[in-house]
Design a protein around this ligand. Sequence first.
Ligand SMILES: [Zn+2]
Length: 210
Amino acid sequence: MSNLTPFDDEEQNGYIKIDQYNSKQVEHIAGHYPDILRAIGEDPTREGLIKTPERVAKALQYLTHGYDVNAAELLRSAMFEEDYSQMVVVKDIEVYSMCEHHMLPFFGKAHIAYIPNGHIVGLSKIPRVVDAFARRLQVQERLTNEIRDCIQETLKPAGVAVVIECKHMCMAMRGVQKQNSVTTTSAFTGAFQNDVTRSEFLRLITASLH
Ligand SMILES: [Zn+2]
């Protein structure tokens, strides 16, 4: 068992894998790291590095646990009939992901809205959908679309809006070394394709109400 429990889970739905490392997979991944350490000029037998392969393997398993989460099922587990039909906005959702090109982190915030069409969803499920797709090897563009599509196809609302802004370590630490650039991506369906509705959403996520 690990002590990695970043969510104060009232329920384990979809998150069982977090608490249980797959020891076979950990062993498999860890087995490659002494070689990698040697290849970069390190001595994998020195004290500070002895347990590093195992730690890296566990970290990688955690950082990619989204592969084991069924995001649609997560949403379905907390859908309620309700005739509320105004925009529901969840903003400033923390995003931690890893770019699939360099396996370096990208992180920032997601802002998500939907307009109910007969059903609403438990609000805590929206950040979990973000996590389910973020905790994989990703590109920010696909992450944005996957979140939008999952909410649209599962909840079938009158519209979904997703805006994600992230810093990419592969840009900050290497390559062009632009430490402060932020990449923004967005994806909309239904009512959010309409200028007025989209502007209202963008106004809500940029306003500081709290
Ligand atoms: Zn990258």
